[in-house]
Design a binder for this molecule. Structure first.
Ligand code: SF4
Length: 380
């Protein structure tokens, strides 16, 4: 049972309905390599058995498109979604094999720079229509379209919300209403504000909720709960994803946690964590097929362990699994690590400190944490 009446329109995604009075859908994403068909099929079933209504797969290139065809064949009963990431042009190649495509308005400028954004979106809409599938417009604080960042300089939240609203208007213009929207950030407070603002502007549009890069459990669960409880209890949110940094064999826990949060909100059971996130804050991505070294999850766990001594200091450390989103998504953190195949890049805000082997990076990180603490103490 949902805790508050939702007023969004209902859309179809494969075999399920999303929005309106349909049950809130819990979804998740495969973290296996997409070209490893057996592992990805197995994880899609693992997530589906745990109760995922939609399973997302990362597809970036021709080899992954080929793999997707076979993955689709072996996951017939599962609703699949694909993230287009920086190459929206693969949409027509993946569309025959999925039930939903997600595009990020902040990534559309990467290719065909001279082509106007509405023209690109119109093409995506035509692809979705031709293949009878849904769209998610997924905006993310770490990758807001440059034109909106310029227009709303200094107000990232406004840029995020306005970018989402603009893309809804494009959908209206092209007569397409089978779409949902997500507005994500790693900070639960920003997720709450963005979704409240957006739902006031476009109350009929189904919303996908997520705290991106929430990190390792239990902190990642707490961050997701803080945002979801606040929004779901107000009837905002038609589908949720809990993004946790977990090894592959435990990936289904994301789905179990999602269902638990929905049950708790429906029953009026809310958690209270005063001042959560006011000290050391470690954000880490949930990993996906783009992770270039499987040691990523272990690295995130080690970062948590070796920095535990700094728990009372207001420091944010971001740990990201790949070069696609790693460089951008670590810019706002005090210290950021993003993983390559054999090395880890360490940053202080947007400044690169250096590239280190996996076994070298932790002592260097500790050194940088110590320096930050000393700086904070010096400034009182
Ligand atoms: S940062 Fe990279 S590896 Fe991590 S979830 Fe995002 S795309 Fe996947």
């Amino acid at each position: 049972m949902d805790s508050a009446k939702r007023h969004t329109r209902k859309i179809r995604v494969g075999t399920l309905e999303l929005g309106g009075d349909a049950p809130i859908v819990v979804q998740s994403m495969c973290a296996t390599r997409t070209i490893d068909i057996d592992a990805t099929v197995s994880q899609a079933h693992q997530l589906s058995h745990a109760g995922a209504g939609i399973v997302r797969v990362a597809v970036d290139n021709e080899r992954e498109i080929e793999a997707l065809k076979e993955i689709r064949r072996q996951t017939k009963g599962i609703n699949l979604s694909v993230d287009l990431q920086e190459n929206y042009r693969i949409a027509d190649k993946v569309a025959p094999y999925v039930d939903k495509i997600r595009y990020n308005p902040g990534h559309l400028h990467h290719i065909e720079r001279a082509k106007p954004i509405p023209q690109k979106v119109k093409w995506l809409v035509d692809v979705a229509r031709d293949h009878d599938i849904a769209i998610r417009i997924g905006v993310n604080c770490g990758s807001v379209a440059p034109s909106f960042l310029q227009k709303f300089a200094g107000d990232q939240l406004a840029a995020l919300v306005e970018s989402a609203v603009y893309h809804c208007e494009l959908m209206d213009e092209f007569g397409f209403d089978r779409f949902a929207v997500s507005l994500k950030d790693s900070d639960p407070a920003k997720v709450i504000s963005a979704n409240l603002q957006f739902s006031r502007r476009r109350p009929e549009v189904p919303l996908h909720l997520g705290v991106t890069e929430a990190g390792l459990p239990p902190d990642g669960i707490i961050k997701s709960r803080i945002a979801f409880e606040k929004l779901l209890s107000q009837g905002i949110g038609d589908t949720i994803r809990v993004s946790l940094t977990l090894p592959n064999e435990r990936k289904h826990e994301e789905v179990q946690v999602g269902h638990q949060i929905i049950r708790d909100v429906a029953a009026g059971r809310f958690i209270s964590v005063p001042d959560f996130g006011s000290g050391l804050n470690i954000i880490s991505c949930p990993s996906c097929s783009r992770v270039e070294n499987e040691r990523f999850v272990e690295l995130a766990e080690q970062v948590k362990e070796i920095t535990a001594y700094a728990s009372r200091h207001r420091i944010t450390i971001a740990v990201m699994g790949c070069r696609v989103n790693g460089p951008g998504e670590t810019d706002d953190a005090d210290l950021g690590l993003w993983c390559g195949p054999t090395t880890v890049n360490l940053k202080k805000k947007s400044h690169k400190i250096g590239t280190f082997r996996y076994e070298e990076v932790l002592p260097r990180l500790k050194l940088e944490v110590d320096k930050l603490i000393a700086e904070q103490q010096a400034s009182g």
